[in-house]
Design a protein around this ligand. Sequence first.
Ligand SMILES: Nc1nc2c(ncn2[C@@H]2O[C@H](COP(=O)(O)OP(=O)(O)OP(=O)(O)O)[C@@H](O)[C@H]2O)c(=O)[nH]1
Ligand SMILES: [Mg+2]
Length: 351
Amino acid sequence: MTNSSIALADLGWSAHFMMQVDGHELEQFLPARLSQIHRNRIEALSPQGALTLTTKHQDSTGEFAVGDWVLVNPEAQIEHRLDRLTLLKRKAAGVEAKVQYIGANIDVLFITTSCNKDFNIARLERYLILARGAGIQPVIILTKADLASDPQDFEAKAQKLDQMMPILTLDARDTTQVDSLLDWWRPGQTAALLGSSGVGKTTLLNTLAGVEESTAGIREDDAKGRHTTTARGLYAIKDQRWLIDTPGMRELGLYDAATGVEAVFADVLELALQCKFSDCQHDEEPGCAIQGAIGTGELDPGRLKRWQKLEREERRNSETIAESRERRRKFAKHVRSVHVQKKILDGHGDR
Ligand SMILES: Nc1nc2c(ncn2[C@@H]2O[C@H](COP(=O)(O)OP(=O)(O)OP(=O)(O)O)[C@@H](O)[C@H]2O)c(=O)[nH]1
Ligand SMILES: [Mg+2]
């Protein structure tokens, strides 16, 4: 093995990426992993050290995600992005129907919340849908256990979502406790931290990596953070592990998440299959297995409501994003045809 191939493996390079590149390309281009995306430039890590890249032609930096593998040409431009193993995406915050990439080529998602007012089952379900939909192993991290009188209560509530779910309850500043994250994340793998502002994502990164990314105190009354981290970034952790820190999320809009919803609400879906009518609305129809399970206390009525809400939202977001993509595509086609017509009228057209 050459030095550079060792460095590539250290960065998380694997057979999945190697198979996409031929020898000729490797002579011409340098593989690199994106570590920060800005409006006009992209930071990356490579066997030749840190690089600042630009995109080719009209490619927007928004097409790329932290964690992506790319081939870089000698002009320090991104020649080509390699197919991703996994991609975390959401509906961008705000009214516009757009997709936002959270990170790519992630193996483990550390869904982070605190043992305080930030803890919210509906929000945890959303994060789990995101992870399951993307085929990424979720691990729930409950921080600030040192400040709570009843951290086990929070843990028990989270465990109800899935009996098999790994849950780590800890003080994010304590190195020994935080080392338990390493059990879920092998060398060469990439994990990402997701959660609201102030829950301790950057504190976990600092404790794990020994780096000093800035953190800040939260408001005491509602436990809300101050949005200290402003950009997603990929960082090296011990033994060739990689960690993506993200800014706190105010909202997590679902997009293209139908399989995630199905996986997280498998218990409800299984009951729905047993309803007498295939188009049962789980309201007051006779023979409704879901209402039956609510009646016996087997199913929490809140969970039915959350499932119905998420299903509606997922469908609406996916439809509006598909529609606005189609609108943009038609508009771009129109602009191109106007451009061609103008060229012909000006006498510059192909003859
Ligand atoms: N006591 C205690 N304090 C913690 C713990 N985790 C984080 N904190 C504190 O909580 C505050 C917010 O932590 P950050 O790491 O900045 O939170 P964040 O999730 O990165 O927030 P954003 O960057 O805004 O998304 C800091 O003052 C941390 O020291 C914990 O487990 N116990
Ligand atoms: Mg932070």
